[in-house]
Design a protein around this ligand. Structure first.
Ligand SMILES: NC(=O)c1ccc[n+]([C@@H]2O[C@H](COP(=O)([O-])OP(=O)(O)OC[C@H]3O[C@@H](n4cnc5c(N)ncnc54)[C@H](O)[C@@H]3O)[C@@H](O)[C@H]2O)c1
Ligand SMILES: CC(C)[C@H](C(=O)O)[C@@H](O)C(=O)O
Ligand SMILES: [Mg+2]
Length: 359
């Protein structure tokens, strides 16, 4: 049966890295006879430029109909000055996440042993690192209402957002985290700010409650400030971490550097039935866009996650991950993961090397 993939390259380096991931997908499609059909769509600034909105209805309906979505990145200085905040590229991405109820965001931070030199930390602190950050993606302060910028009686402006989670939102992401922990090392650290924020007092209570259904999983709790510090001090103490939308955004970028580069961190954003959108954790990198030097591996590894989680094509996913490891063995490095003695390659050369490693 044919499976339909919606490809949304987006902005900045998005089209460059997605081009390489699509080559990889086409290669496994043929090699493993997967029956994938790829279709392109517009999101973010690219969609705004054509349709005047970052999330056209056409994209939303294609996304609803697709079996899975592969996205590059959105945003960039060209659209940062848009006065109507609802029209900014990032709103297109947030609209996809909330419209499709992709509440479960998996961000695995894995250090490939070949990249030990590229990590920000000493080899003995990071070698063998394999953490999964489970981030709640459709709630919290990103979506809480009321929000906005208002003018006070004294004429001063005030910006405000609302950090809110209800029990069912916490319970469903807690289940994703416990289920992930069950498949791994049965160790889960929930990150909150329960010493200050009531919303996370409730978060902690619900985590403990759901934890009773998973007695084999060792549940711990950590305040987010300490978690940020512990991630860069001794990251291997963690296995699965679960946290809310904003803390997860920040902690996953920090975890990315432990793996050598944000260009190495893939992600899956899943709904309750494991239908999902797959994208690198990084952004559109305007500072290097158009130069052909971005690292496409996070996007290629996101495509592998797509095959694993939404399409149930485990052999093809394994093959992509093995091919990535092989090109790193060959000493090929984009600039962000380059170290002395390695061969510096372009985005396209990296993508083609992964394709060659698959053949
Ligand atoms: N999922 C997304 O679409 C997403 C994620 C984060 C940021 N953004 C948007 O992207 C724009 C730029 O944001 P930013 O600069 O804060 O974050 P960014 O992740 O785009 O870039 C941060 C730094 O990492 C580097 N980098 C990122 N990806 C890389 C890759 N694949 N290879 C090599 N280097 C890479 C960039 O060159 C830059 O120096 C903003 O408009 C932001 O809103 C989008
Ligand atoms: C672009 C932005 C809305 C997004 C987020 O904050 O979730 C990004 O930083 C990410 O990590 O996917
Ligand atoms: Mg982010």
């Amino acid at each position: 049966m044919s499976k339909n993939i919606l490809v949304l390259p987006g902005d900045g380096i998005g089209p460059e890295i997605v081009t390489e991931a699509v080559k990889v997908l086409n290669t496994v499609n043929e090699k493993f006879n997967l029956g994938l059909t790829l279709e392109n769509g517009l999101v973010g600034g690219a969609a705004y430029d054509v349709h005047g909105t970052p999330l056209p209805e056409e994209t939303m309906s294609k996304a609803r109909a697709a079996d899975a979505i592969l996205l590059g990145a959105v945003g960039g200085p060209k659209w940062d000055a848009l006065e109507d905040r609802e029209l900014r590229p990032e709103k297109g991405l947030l609209g996809l996440r909330s419209g499709l109820e992709l509440f479960g965001n998996l961000r695995p931070a894995i250090l490939y042993p070949q990249l030990a030199d590229a990590s920000s930390l000493k080899p003995e602190v990071v070698s063998g690192l394999d953490i999964l950050i489970v981030r709640e993606l459709t709630g919290g302060i990103y979506f809480g209402k009321p929000r906005g910028i208002r003018v006070l009686e004294n004429g001063e402006r005030e910006g405000y957002n609302t950090y809110v989670y209800n029990e069912s939102e916490i319970r469903r992401i807690a289940r994703v985290a416990f289920e992930s922990a069950m498949k791994r090392n049965k160790k889960l650290c929930s990150v909150d700010k329960a010493n200050v924020l009531e919303v996370t007092v409730l978060w902690r209570e619900i985590l403990i409650e759901v934890g009773k259904e998973y007695p084999e999983v060792e549940l711990s709790h950590m305040y987010v400030d300490n978690a940020a510090m512990q991630l860069v001090r001794a990251p291997k103490q963690f296995d699965v971490m679960v946290t809310g939308n904003m803390f997860g955004d920040i902690l996953s970028d920090a975890a990315a550097m432990l793996t050598g580069s944000i260009g190495m961190l893939p992600s899956a954003s899943l709904d309750k039935d494991n239908k999902g959108m797959y994208e690198p954790c990084h952004g559109s990198a305007p500072d290097i866009a158009g130069q052909g030097i971005a690292n496409p591996l996070a996007t290629i590894l996101s495509a592998a996650m797509m095959l694993r989680y939404s399409l149930n094509e485990v052999a093809a996913a394994d093959a992509i991950e093995a091919a990535v490891s092989k090109v790193l063995d060959q000493g090929l490095r984009t600039g962000d993961i380059w170290s002395a003695g390695m061969e510096k390659v372009s985005t396209e050369q990296m993508g083609e090397a992964v394709v060659a490693a698959l053949l």
